[in-house]
Write a protein of this length. Structure first.
Length: 429
């Protein structure tokens, strides 16, 4: 774990190294994924079965339907304890309400030249959602991906999820039932992304693929962008907490560990103007992490990528936050709004001492699929727009064409495209 002080002469140099640290996969992963994608494209279901047996120790049947029966999903939902069912339903309700408010409006108007202009929004026909398995089997992520797709109007919703040794998380099945998923395929890894993108005899291709995954899944989405749309290339989780000394150090330590426990490559950063408080948080991280069932992962993350930045004044924090462009930013201060006004790059911001990031992971409503690796500088979290596209339209009558057509002719001639010019000229006569 690093400790930096803005008052140190070499701070900017050391901080720049933190900002530049990608914590993501390298060339070996890219080569492996490229090979897997090629195998699935050429060999289809045969390649899927081979990779599933190799990586998940699970044999898919040679004949028959590989899909998980919807009745099994319903049974998993019905078998939930009442309090857990209510928690999932509350999360789904709040996620749906937030994303319904994101639906864009169509436009249709006539301008001063008499030209009718506008745009209409339509959903993609089919969306594929990747749901991690094993250590990262999260029903919350299924809801965060499936519900916006349904709100957008996607007709066919397909899930791919790994089933190590044939085992699947019952909560994932329950969430799939609650979200109205159409198909669930017990396939994971880069091979699942390839199947969703290219299609096989069993699996029909989709138009958009979303959802988190490991380095191989992220790389597969990167390589297949253009064959299908994707939400983003997600890297390891990250959290930045900006806190003053009035906070309970146990609270802030728990917030830092909430992301550290995701992955050894995750990053947790504290920015504070109180060095005594910073030491208390550091001590609390040590104590709390020792009691976690995820201790091995959380400790590896904190020791390798954890950071405390001591500033002379919290007014310095927004500049540092904007450079980091973190996935999650907590503002645990008296006046979070004043800092929030200066933060331009963040996946999601959590305002005030009583707003832990973990609430956003489950029940607040906004999507928890967010840009990582400084991509918040140019991208946003998952929304209904990731499952929709905009089609513009234009309509002219003779009067409108007479007004703007000559300019089009002139520009086409200047660009050396006579057929363009003629198509307008003929109508102007």
């Amino acid at each position: 774990m690093q400790w930096l002080r803005t008052s140190d002469a070499d701070f900017e140099k050391k901080f720049a190294r933190v900002v530049a640290d990608r914590r993501e996969s390298g060339g070996d992963v890219a080569k492996t994924v490229y090979s897997i994608l090629g195998d699935v494209r050429s060999s289809g279901d045969e390649a899927l079965a081979e990779y599933t047996e190799r990586y998940d120790d699970f044999t898919l049947p040679e004949s028959g339907d590989w899909r998980i029966d919807p009745d099994r999903c319903r049974a998993a939902f019905d078998a939930l304890d009442a309090d857990l069912r209510e928690a999932l339903e509350l999360a789904a309700q709040r996620i749906r309400a937030y994303h319904e408010a994101q639906l864009p409006e169509n436009r249709d108007y006539t301008d001063d030249a008499g030209v009718r202009l506008g745009a209409k929004w339509t959903a993609v026909d089919a969306a594929g959602l990747y749901v991690p398995g094993g250590r990262a089997a999260y029903p919350s992520s299924l809801l965060m991906n499936a519900i916006p797709a349904k709100v957008a109007g996607v007709e066919r919703l397909v899930i791919a999820t790994p089933t190590p040794r044939g085992e699947i998380n019952e909560l994932v099945l329950a969430a799939a039932h609650l979200a109205g998923v159409d198909e669930i395929w017990p396939i994971g890894g880069a091979q699942a992304i390839a199947a969703l993108a290219y299609g096989t005899k069993r699996i029909q291709p989709v138009d958009v693929i979303t959802g988190p995954g490991n380095a191989f899944v992220a790389e597969a989405k990167r390589q297949l962008y253009g064959v299908v749309g994707i939400d983003m290339v997600a890297g390891p989780s990250e959290i930045l907490v900006i806190a003053d000394g009035k906070n309970d150090p146990d609270w802030i330590a728990a917030d830092l560990l909430s992301q550290a426990e995701h992955d050894p490559a995750a990053q947790s950063i504290l920015i504070t103007d109180d060095p005594v408080f910073a030491r208390e948080v550091e001590d609390c991280v040590d104590v709390q992490s020792a009691m976690l069932s995820t201790n091995k992962t959380a400790r590896a993350s904190w020791q390798s990528h954890g950071l405390i930045v001591e500033v002379t004044n919290l007014s310095e924090a927004p500049r540092l936050a904007n450079a980091l462009a973190a996935e999650h930013i907590e503002l645990a201060v008296d006046d979070p709004e004043s800092l929030f006004a200066e933060i331009r790059h963040a996946g999601s911001v959590f305002l005030g001492r009583m707003t832990p990031e973990a609430v956003g992971d489950y029940v607040a409503g906004p999507n928890h699929v967010l840009p990582t690796g400084r991509r918040a500088r140019f991208s946003s979290g998952l929304s209904v727009l990731d499952f929709m596209k905009r089609t513009s339209f234009i309509a002219l009558d003779k009067g409108a064409l007479d007004k703007i057509g000559p300019a089009a002719v002139r520009l086409a001639e200047m660009e050396g495209l006579p057929a363009h010019a003629k198509s307008v000229k003929l109508r102007l006569k």
